[in-house]
Design a protein around this ligand. Structure first.
Ligand SMILES: C[S@@+](CC[C@H](N)C(=O)[O-])C[C@H]1O[C@@H](n2cnc3c(N)ncnc32)[C@H](O)[C@@H]1O
Length: 362
């Protein structure tokens, strides 16, 4: 079987310098051998990075409580209800949510269908194994606009999905006052960064429309990323929502953080065994690649598709609000382990501040 590095080498030999987004796509998702295709255990203690899901069951349980509250409102409207998850990976978050609903809201549980949007046959297999106990309630689709399903009523959501989508990487040339794109070439057998003078992806309006007063002081080679894949995924998700909420939790930037003078080198990172890897282009397919989500761009994509933005906040505020509601309604069984997990999920030094939550609705 070929490795991602071999596939990337062949493509560079055929096409020349590759936009970084294509490098990232092949490193993470090349069929059978990409980072997220070949490895199931890359999330969590034994993997390369933690997510809110790997902290424990509490994250899924709090989401389940909030989803139940939202779905109860739609149940009054008497329509069939769906929870739709993407970026499901090994299915753990889905299992935490379904478990909680089955035990705590059995009537609602009996009324919902849980959809997983999963393009990879390999990952679908992992998820089917984890979600066996809920088999009659769960359905898989490889994409949103599947001919067997109309639009969804309920909740479409993801956790740490958009940050795993390929990004284009742009650099600012202060001399010529033009943006160029960073691509990947091969030198002495190694992958190296190479400038593409004419960007291969359209620059997003958040970059193109920067005021000249900011461009005048932007340092040479200031780097920003953009993910057209994340924006078009959000747009498809928004168009698939007939009634209900579309939400995502991820680390990312708000409008006033996009061009911070303190971050000249962009947000693209590689992780291996819980450490930042020095070389983003090394170990293709063997390390995680990720970049902060450009939340203003995602928010606009949803609004352009007719959604209303209800909330953009930190994970701390979002989960604390849910916690307060569970206490008010006395409908949540707290145990000592929950307190520890809550602290990790919400503490600013852990997952609380860097993680943002965007909720839109139709
Ligand atoms: C960082 S992991 C997050 C896993 C899990 N949601 C969690 O929070 O632990 C990102 C996951 O999104 C998946 N993914 C990437 N692009 C996708 C897409 N277009 N549709 C569905 N899943 C995708 C990846 O394969 C990977 O399993």
């Amino acid at each position: 079987m070929k490795t991602p590095a071999e596939i990337i080498r062949r493509e560079i030999a055929e096409r020349g310098v590759l936009p970084f987004a294509r490098f990232m796509e092949l490193a993470l998702y090349a069929p059978d051998c990409g980072y997220y295709e070949a490895q199931k255990e890359n999330v969590g203690r034994r993997g390369d990075f933690y997510t809110s899901v790997s902290v424990g069951n509490l994250f899924g349980e709090l989401l389940a409580f909030q989803f139940a509250e939202w779905l109860e409102e739609l149940r009054i409207a008497n329509c069939e209800l769906q929870i739709v998850e993407a970026g499901t990976h090994d299915g753990k978050l889905a299992a935490d949510i379904l478990n909680w609903l089955q035990s705590n809201r059995p009537e609602l549980f009996a009324q919902i269908e849980y959809f997983v949007i999963e393009p990879s046959a390999r990952r679908q297999e992992w998820q089917r194994e984890t979600l066996k106990p809920f088999a009659p309630r769960v359905r898989w689709l490889s994409r949103f606009n599947d001919s067997t399903v109309q639009r969804f009523n309920g909740i479409i959501f993801s956790n740490e999905l958009l940050d795993a989508m390929p990004v284009h990487r742009f650099g600012w040339d202060a001399k010529t006052k033009k943006w160029f794109e960073w691509g990947v070439a091969i030198e002495c057998g190694k992958f190296v960064w190479a400038k593409i003078q004419k960007p291969q992806s359209d620059l997003p309006s958040s970059i193109l429309n920067l005021p000249s007063s900011l461009l005048d002081v932007l340092p040479d080679n200031y780097i920003v990323e953009n993910s057209p894949a994340a924006e078009s995924w959000w747009c498809e998700a928004a168009n698939s929502l007939q009634t209900g909420k579309l939400l995502t939790m991820d680390y990312g930037l708000a409008a006033d953080e996009l061009f911070s003078p303190a971050r000249t080198n962009g947000t693209l990172r590689a992780y291996f065994r819980h450490h930042l890897a020095d070389d983003i282009l090394a170990n293709a397919g063997g390390q995680d690649l990720t970049a902060h989500v450009n939340f203003p761009a995602i928010q606009i994509a949803g609004e352009d598709a007719g959604l209303k933005t209800e909330l953009f906040s930190t994970q701390t505020k979002f989960l604390t609000q849910i916690l307060e509601n569970t206490l008010r309604k006395k409908s949540f069984q707290w145990n000592p382990g929950h307190a520890r997990q809550f602290q990790t999920l919400t503490h600013p030094e852990h997952l609380g501040r860097a993680f943002r939550v965007l909720v839109q609705s139709r």
